[in-house]
Design a protein around this ligand. Sequence first.
Ligand code: GH3
Ligand code: MG
Ligand code: MG
Length: 468
Amino acid sequence: MSARVLVVDDVDVNVKLLEAKLTAEYFDVLTASNGIDALRIAQAEQPDLVLLDVMMPQMDGFEVCRRLKADPRTAAIPVVMVTALSDVADRLRGLEVGADEFLTKPVNDIALFARVRSLARLKRMMDEWRLREEVYNRFAELPGADLASAEDDRPARILLVEDSRFAAAKIVEMLAPIASDIATHAEPREALRALETEPDLLIAGMSLGSGDTLRLVSQVRAAEGTRQVPILLVGEECELPRLAKGLDLGANDYILRPLEKNELLARARTQIRRKRLSDRLRDNYRRSLSLALTDPLTGLYNRRYVAAHLDSLLARHEEGGQGVAVLLFDIDHFKRVNDGHGHAAGDEVLIEVARRAQRDVRSFDLVARYGGEEFLIVMPETGLAVAYSVAERLRRGVAEKPIRISAAAGEIPVTISVGVATARTDHETPAALLNRADEALYAAKRGGRNRVACAGGVEAPAIIREVV
Ligand code: GH3
Ligand code: MG
Ligand code: MG
């Protein structure tokens, strides 16, 4: 993965040095020597990351960071502040203006590459979600998700893996202002099990007597259920190479001992915020996906979805599958239901017919609302005889019991007509198959309604009639 990094520093030598290091690691580098240029380039070029010097004449790094985070066009770009030595006051001020990370001068290569990579990866992920969400919101005509409101300050649930009781107690005490619940485990194995409760953050000490923290990191990242949990590592300065390895394996951040309360709080808070934002984006995405592909009245798949589904089934069928059958059915004289009992009663009938259709097909058959009062069922691995018997069961399932509606009218007798078509062995297209089902449906209507007809006027064999 190559990321684009904007390096901002008023001292030319510093810019050149960082540029050389990053270019050697295959990052694309943009540069700026003052705050105004940095803001302009960040807006125009949308880098994946900004490395920002704190001490600059005119506009200092804090102000640049504040403006980047205040502008919706650049707010999502991670900012790493580059500060002189480990000045705690500087770090805190940086966190207050929204900086995501710190590096101290002279810049340590391990910390530089690991943090740049980890932040760029995160940015890519967020961009991807944002893009998908935009696309699906357009598709489903939903209002856009409000990213600002995705942030919430609910107290967090944190899982801590630390075998020194003293160290653990200290961390728990420091985190009290943001956590409602901190579960402490001394062993990685126990922690892995406890992760099933999906905490907002995992904090893990690097030197555990009872197991390997790096292994825990890769196990957490490998399992589907725990992949999303952010990981913050806690280590000593001499453990930097292992901490960097941890970041490569998927940990999100690290913090060095001796722990400073405000830095720990800030780093934990940042990870929790990101986790919640990405959860939120994922939920929105799922929700809009389901709205885009299902019918809100009946909950069935919609025409758009069933078309895509049929496409891929037919492609499989061409490659030597076992056949595909479709049933197209339509409620008889549905207009009379609306006219006689009102549109709301009509809706209730549609919902009940959909329910009975789903009840009467196999679990791998797909039921979709195809149009107003027209439904389509797609049945994989199905020949004409079975398709016909399912259609007949469906027809009976609707006709044999009137549909109860909430209005005074009580019960309404409803029938359906069904057209059955099966895919030809080669050169079948969805359009041609559906067309034949449609012709069969109209034959059933012409034949008197409340009946099943097969495409091409094929008479269902007598033996099937006996079976059903
Ligand atoms: P046929 O037996 O020939 O199918 O007659 P029909 O009356 O069912 O057919 P027609 O196509 O003339 O009328 C279908 C009606 O379905 C017209 C339309 O207003 C109604 N309809 C379509 N979608 C909905 C819906 O979502 N809710 C309700 N209540 N009615 C709908
Ligand atoms: Mg109808
Ligand atoms: Mg109709």
